[in-house]
Design a protein around this ligand. Structure first.
Ligand code: NDP
Length: 265
């Protein structure tokens, strides 16, 4: 029925749930925005676990350099997730997909949301939300029932209002419901989804802002019960777990990885 979030009753298997089997061959893992930061750490984690990783990024040079650092079993494909023809080309080249990690995102921490023009508002939503949606649409037909997983990167900013960062926060709150809608729809096909929502993570980009004093991490640290920012590897480990057969009954959920910030409020 329209508005009914639950899968239709006749689509739900009556007997055994199709749980992902432990993969016998390396999984093919596609990570968007993998040229730097958390995306690069996610690619390294899966690659280190024996998977074949495909690194997508709009920055062709960065993504080629990351793939070259990883070596065999890592492939770079330039892809801007706001361009549907680039997404189609990339997924046509990739073939079968076991795990899609929608990581690419942008954030403008300096212009208050209410002062952003239409183009700026639209850009944030387009990369962070529409881009993730479009990559999921491209990946789903390439996934095998009982094996495919989509992991979307959310944010503490999608859980706790951080005005004036409205566009970014709204895009990340949208990611949560996208993950849940996809879980409802894809569960009967044996495909799973999850959101991993980082807190403040010391990526190279954040470290640069911290170093030149444009981000006050002392103030941020006071909001984190564990007292410090996270590392890209903390997020990569959580993404690796929710995508693994060990998490075979985890579906549609959001995992905060933020040192307790979301719990603290
Ligand atoms: P970064 O900005 O460091 O890296 C994001 C990567 O995505 C960059 O390589 C960027 O390229 C690329 N990218 C941007 N737009 C596009 C696009 N249209 N198509 C393809 N690639 C694109 O981000 P982080 O590593 O910090 O964050 C990764 C994820 O984690 C994001 O979803 C973010 O929202 C989330 N997150 C991060 C937090 C943090 O503290 N770092 C906190 C909460 C959530 P370019 O360099 O050219 O822009």
């Amino acid at each position: 029925q329209p508005g009914d979030a639950h899968p239709p009753a006749d689509a739900v298997p009556a007997a055994e749930i199709t749980r992902p089997a432990a993969p016998e061959s390396p999984r093919r893992v596609v990570i968007t925005g993998a040229g730097t930061g958390i995306g690069a750490a996610i690619a390294a984690r899966f690659h280190g676990g024996g998977d074949h990783v495909v690194l997508l990024d709009r920055d062709a040079e960065a993504v080629a350099a990351r793939a070259a650092e990883l070596g065999e079993g890592a492939q770079a494909i330039p892809c801007d997730v706001t361009r549907d023809e680039e997404i189609a080309d990339a997924f046509a080249r990739i073939g079968a997909v076991d795990v899609l990690v929608n990581n690419a995102a942008i954030a403008d921490p300096f212009t208050p949301g209410l002062e952003q023009d239409f183009a700026a508002l639209d850009r944030t939503l387009s990369v962070n939300l529409t881009g993730a949606f479009a990559c999921a649409q491209a990946a789903i037909p390439a996934m095998t029932a009982g094996r495919g997983v989509i992991v979307n990167l959310g944010s503490i900013a999608g859980l706790v209002p951080m005005a004036p960062r409205h566009p970014y926060g709204a895009s990340k709150a949208g990611i949560d419901i996208l993950t849940r809608c996809l879980a409802a729809e894809l569960g009967p096909m044996g495909l799973r989804t999850a959101t991993v929502a980082p807190g403040y993570i010391r990526t190279p980009g954040v470290a640069a802002l911290e170093a030149d004093g444009r981000v006050d991490t002392a103030q941020i640290r006071r909001r984190i019960p564990m007292g410090d920012l996270g590392r890209p590897e903390d997020i990569a480990e959580a993404v690796f777990f929710v995508a693994s057969p060990a998490a075979s009954y985890v579906n549609g959920t959001l995992l905060s990885v933020d040192g307790g910030w979301n719990a603290f409020g």
